[in-house]
Design a binder for this molecule. Structure first.
Ligand code: PLP
Ligand code: COI
Length: 367
C-alpha cells in the first residue's frame, strides 16, 4: 500500500532556541516533537485518513473502549542521525512485525508493515530538525501506539482503532556512562503466564508491573526480574528488558538467554545481540535458566556477567540481584566486558560508525 499522509504543519512550532536547549539534555520521554502521525481504521474503510498533524491532545469519548477494557498496544524504537546527515532507524520491520503480532493477540486490526514504516518516515521528515546530531549518544525515540476508539461498553473487539506515532528526542539512558543496576527477583508477582499476553507489547502488561516495580524500589532495586508463572522456577525477563547470562571468560565464553517459551517479549535487541555474540566468537544458547542456577552460578563465579537489554538502554549491566532473604553480586559488581563489547558493536552499527553487514539499518529520511 502506498501510504499518503496529509500533512498539516504545526502553526506554533517550538522556537528554535528552545528546541536547541531541549536537545542538549533531553532525558528520556520528557519532550515531544512538533508533530504526530495518525491513521484510523474501521471495519468499513480499513486503514484511512493517514495524516501528520500538530502534536496535541487526543479527544476521546468517555465510553471509548480503550478506557474500559484496555485494548492498547505500543512499540518502541529509535532513529539515529547518520554521519552523512540522513536519518535511519534500526530494524523497523521487526517492530512492525511485533506490532502486528501484538495487535493479533489483542484482537485489534493489524497495521500493514509498510504503513508502520511509512509513518516513521513521514513524522521524521516533518520533525527532522528534532533528530539529535550524529556522533553523540542522543537519538530519536519513536513511540507507535494503537487504541480502541469505538464507543460502547460491550466486551468485544472494537470496530474502530486509532494508530498514533509520537517522537521524543532522548539522551543516553545512563548519563555519565553505563552503570550497573540492582534488580529485585520477584517471587510474589509474575509478569506473564503461558497463553497470556507476555509476548505482546500491550499497555496492560506495564500497568501490572508497577506494583512489583514499587516493591523492588523498596528494596533499593530499579528493575524487577520475573519468574515463570507456572513453576516460579525459570527466569523469564525483567519488566522492560530481556536478560543475558555470561559464563566463562577469555576465548571460552558462553552467552545464555532464556528461550522464548511463550511468556517472554521477543526483544529486537535480544535477537540482534544473539547474532553479534556469535560474531564475537561466543557460544550462544537459548534455553531455560532456573533462578537457582543463576544465584549459585553468580555466587561461585561461573556466571561472570548478567545484563538486561532493550531499545532504550541497549545493555543494562546487573550489579546485584536481591530477593527475600538475600542478595548476590554479579562478578565484581561492575559492568562486564562482554556486555560492554556487545553494546558498542550494536551502537556503532546504529550510529553508522561500523558497517551494517546485516542490513539492519533503514534510511527513513535521506541526507
Ligand atoms: N522485554 C520487555 C517486557 C520490554 O518492554 C522490552 C522493551 O521494549 C524488551 C524486553 C526489549 O525489547 P526491544 O529490544 O525490542 O526493545
Ligand atoms: C526499552 O526500550 O528497552 C524499554 O524498556 C521500553 C520501555 C520504555 C517500555
Amino acid at each position: 500500500m502506498a501510504a499518503q499522509f496529509a500533512r498539516t504543519h504545526n502553526p506554533d512550532p517550538t522556537p528554535e532556541a528552545r528546541r536547541a536547549e531541549i536537545l542538549t539534555a533531553p532525558g528520556f520521554g520528557r519532550y515531544f516533537t512538533d508533530h504526530m502521525a495518525t491513521v484510523r481504521w474501521n471495519a468499513q474503510r480499513g486503514w484511512h485518513d493517514a495524516a501528520v498533524v500538530p502534536y496535541g491532545p487526543l479527544v476521546l469519548d468517555p465510553a471509548s473502549m480503550v478506557l474500559h477494557y484496555g485494548q492498547e498496544i505500543f512499540e518502541g524504537l529509535k532513529a539515529y542521525r547518520q554521519p552523512d546527515g540522513s536519518i535511519a532507524s534500526f530494524r523497523p520491520e521487526a517492530n512492525a512485525a511485533r506490532f502486528r503480532a501484538t495487535a493479533a493477540r489483542m484482537a485489534m486490526a493489524p497495521l500493514p508493515d509498510e504503513l508502520f514504516v511509512a509513518s516513521l518516515a513521514e513524522l521524521l521528515d516533518a520533525d527532522r530538525e528534532w533528530v539529535p546530531p550524529a556522533g553523540g549518544e542522543e537519538a530519536m525515540y519513536l513511540r507507535p501506539f494503537m487504541l480502541a476508539t469505538e464507543v460502547g461498553l460491550g466486551v468485544r473487539p472494537s470496530s474502530e482503532y486509532l494508530y498514533c506515532l509520537i517522537a521524543s528526542p532522548v539522551g543516553p539512558y545512563f548519563p555519565g556512562g553505563v552503570k550497573p543496576i540492582d534488580v529485585w527477583l520477584s517471587t510474589e508477582y509474575t509478569r506473564a503466564a503461558l497463553g497470556g499476553t507476555g509476548t505482546a507489547k500491550c499497555g496492560g502488561n506495564y500497568a501490572a508491573s508497577l506494583l512489583p516495580q514499587a516493591q523492588g524500589a523498596e528494596h533499593g532495586c530499579s528493575q524487577v526480574v520475573y519468574l515463570d508463572a507456572e513453576e516460579r522456577h525459570w527466569v523469564d525477563e525483567m519488566g522492560s528488558n530481556n536478560l543475558f547470562f555470561v559464563y566463562g571468560s577469555g576465548d571460552q565464553i558462553e552467552v545464555v538467554t532464556p528461550a522464548l517459551t511463550g511468556s517472554i517479549l521477543p526483544g529486537i535487541t535480544r535477537d540482534s545481540l544473539l547474532v553479534l555474540a556469535k560474531e564475537l566468537g561466543c557460544e550462544v544458547t537459548e534455553r531455560r535458566m532456573s533462578w537457582e542456577e543463576w544465584l549459585s552460578g553468580a555466587a561461585d563465579g561461573s556466571i561472570s556477567e548478567v545484563f538486561g537489554c532493550g531499545t532504550a538502554a541497549v545493555v543494562t549491566p546487573i550489579g546485584r540481584v536481591r530477593y527475600h532473604g538475600g542478595e548476590v553480586v554479579m562478578g565484581d559488581g561492575q559492568p562486564g566486558p562482554v556486555g560492554l563489547r556487545l553494546r558498542s558493536m550494536l551502537t556503532d552499527i546504529q550510529r553508522g560508525a561500523a558497517p551494517d553487514t546485516h542490513s539492519w539499518m533503514r534510511t527513513l529520511v535521506p541526507a
